[in-house]
Write a protein that binds this ligand. Structure first.
Ligand SMILES: [Zn+2]
Length: 330
């Protein structure tokens, strides 16, 4: 098949034409970095915004046909020498889910697309991150309301799927800012309430990290335990940043040069202190979750990344071009 499912035949030349026009005008020399987390085997009722394999497939097909997908470090080197092709895009994944190895890698290889994976080194070989343990629990909790006042949180409804979705979103967001020990207690408590629903391992193993590396997927660091850096004292934050680099370098036997801030909201999840720590640790670039495109003038240690949320290929492509036109995050 030579066309992307759902992409009208006029869309490819249109996206290319608009992208070239942007690159020839005020929006030249810009990179859009797409930020995924995982790819799902099947659509998940509580994770409506995560792509399933089919969705990820058309997204990669679209990128391969209408954009120029570059390895992240190559794109950064080429922006320095004004040598970027028009419609430059990079692909990244955060956290280190095994689905990147199992489900995304075969599709990336099929379209010969490079990517970068930002790995939370302390979760390697482990079953799940805390947010996924909350998600699994919220999915199966047997009650109609969840009272978490003992954790300083509220009372959450669980009667319908949409209530469970809203509860999951609120609970995840609020838990991010709890002290780590309190969050551990909360997760344990939720799992007790679900009465044993074992779920298979979801995170990359060290060996999978080496396989990704062998296939040209760059490995970047994403701290050891994925804390909100601003909630830590400076010494702990510095350790989270530098130890994640060392642990990944020990697995790969090569330098790890790129870093992504956990959660990545500018000024909220990290601040100027952490930017300095990342620089000091020896990284060459770092990424946020601000919406926009990379321009040459930006701080190399606070580069924007985001993922188009649109459901059709044309709108997905158009949003990338809109970010290209916008440039600097607002
Ligand atoms: Zn993350």
């Amino acid at each position: 098949m030579t066309h992307v499912n759902g992409l009208p035949w006029t869309a490819k030349p249109l996206l290319k034409f608009a992208g070239n026009a942007l690159a020839a005008g005020a929006a030249k020399q810009r990179i859009c970095v797409i930020n995924y987390h995982r790819v799902l085997k099947d659509p998940h009722p509580l994770l409506p915004s995560e792509p399933d394999v089919e969705t990820f497939h058309w997204q990669m097909a679209l990128l391969a046909r209408c954009f120029n997908v570059l390895p992240l470090r190559e794109a950064l080197a080429r922006i320095d020498t004004n040598d970027l092709p028009p419609r430059s895009v990079c692909i990244t994944f955060d956290d280190g889910y095994s689905a990147v190895h199992d489900l995304a890698l075969p599709i990336l290889r099929k379209f010969e697309l490079p990517a970068t994976v930002f790995v939370t080194s302390g979760h390697l070989g482990h079953n799940m991150m805390w947010n996924d343990r909350i998600m699994e629990a919220v999915q199966v909790l047997p009650m109609e309301r969840l009272d978490l006042s003992e954790f300083g949180l509220s009372d959450y409804p669980l009667r319908t799927l949409s209530e469970r979705r809203a509860t999951l979103a609120a609970l995840t967001e609020q838990s991010k800012y709890l002290p780590a020990f309190k969050r551990r207690e909360l997760v344990k408590q939720l799992e007790l309430m679900t009465k044993d629903h074992p779920v298979p391992g979801q995170m990359l193993t060290p060996n999978m990290v080496r396989v990704l590396d062998r296939h040209g997927i760059e490995i970047g660091a994403h701290t050891v335990t994925h804390p909100i850096l601003t909630s830590l004292d400076d010494e702990s934050a510095e350790k989270e940043i530098s130890v994640s680099k060392q642990e990944l370098e020990a697995i790969l036997d090569k330098p790890v040069q790129l870093f992504a801030y956990p959660n990545g909201k500018v000024g909220k999840d990290y601040d100027a202190r952490h930017v300095e720590m990342v620089r000091r640790a020896g990284f060459t670039a770092a990424f946020t979750t601000a919406i926009g495109a990379i321009t040459k003038e930006q701080d190399r240690f606070q580069l924007p990344r985001s993922r188009p949320w649109d459901r059709t290929p044309f709108m997905f492509g158009l949003r990338l071009l809109r970010w290209m036109a916008q440039g600097q995050p607002r």
